[in-house]
Design a protein around this ligand. Sequence first.
Ligand code: NAD
Length: 380
Amino acid sequence: MPKPLNVGMIGYGFMGRAHSNAYAQVNHFFDLEYRPVLKAACARSADKAKAFADQWGYESVETDWRKLVARKDIDLIDICVPNNLHAEIAAAAAQNGKMILCEKPLAMNSAEGKKMVEAVEKAKVPNMVWYNYRRVPAVTFAKKLIDEGRLGKVFHYRAKFLQDWTISADLPQGGTALWRLDVAAAGSGVTGDLLAHCIDTALWLNGPIANVSAMTETFVKERKHNLTGKVEKVGIDDACTFMGRFTNGSLALFESTRYARGHKALYTFEINGEHASIFWDLHDLHRLQYFDHRDQGVVRGWRTVHVTDGDHPYMGKWWVPGLQIGYEASFVHQVADFLDGVAARKPAQPTFRDAYRTQLVLDAILDSAKGQKWVKVKEA
Ligand SMILES: NC(=O)c1ccc[n+]([C@@H]2O[C@H](COP(=O)([O-])OP(=O)(O)OC[C@H]3O[C@@H](n4cnc5c(N)ncnc54)[C@H](O)[C@@H]3O)[C@@H](O)[C@H]2O)c1
């Protein structure tokens, strides 16, 4: 029988739900030494926390995360709240000896991220950051193809993450559901929110980024603030584009925006190597497009691999070949890998330290955009 591992969940929003679903599902599909138990859900409003706990099967409720992280019956703290709360909760959870799963971006900036890394490493607690796209089977499969050397030397890495939900100038900033527009809660705009994902995937697939040259734009300069009721300056970046160099010599071109009418969550990346190229699109997440120049000339062309076969990453755990899985499965895979890591005492990635490297790239991007200059990414 798998050993129980008691989860204390903080936040009941988008990610609170995605992670709760993953904890509930993981032992149905993966054979693991541990079994997450939904022990307590925490939110400021007792009624909302109770409603969430009842819907997802949490045994108890807290309204103050400080109480939750001090509870003796909690093994793991899951941080699913706005970015400005990650550091303080993680430090307290580490001090209490809890395992910590933290949502991305790790921190508001790299200085804060560094302290978080120090806190979990000092406490020697298992830790991981929810950059879940690494565990979309087609993306994990891309990593396998790259590691096998199929692409050869990489020349280009191109990524974008496009949305369109903040175009209206009447949209307020701040508070429930709109904290992403409030720089005090989010730290930055699309850079920390969307590009952070693209950068984590890129560092994993293609290695470190050496330097960047970026531009950002805030298209709507003032918005009513939901918490103060006043019209206030908007401090986040609505769009960010950057180019850069990876240390392996390849060139980076990244774009993200919330002003691309018609696009809801268009995360794509394309990697062009000496022998082959790959392309992935979140809207079609179970497919990986692959072109191999070494194919026989008359049939050479882009092929679409339907990543659903038993020997594709994670897929042997699900249904039968040809049947695809969805977005939510990436979180199930991440929990499975984390629990395997706990059992084997080998940390699952990305750890806080890995996510700190992304934070350093984010800082370089924002510095570059502000100073209109190339910026070297600091070493972790
Ligand atoms: N991995 C991903 O793909 C992904 C996707 C979305 C969000 N995120 C990250 O997850 C985190 C949460 O985002 P979300 O979309 O779930 O937000 P959300 O707005 O849907 O939910 C935030 C939750 O935090 C709660 N909260 C706020 N302050 C609190 C406090 N002091 N104590 C307890 N609870 C508090 C809110 O009540 C709400 O339940 C952010 O860091 C975000 O960047 C990651």
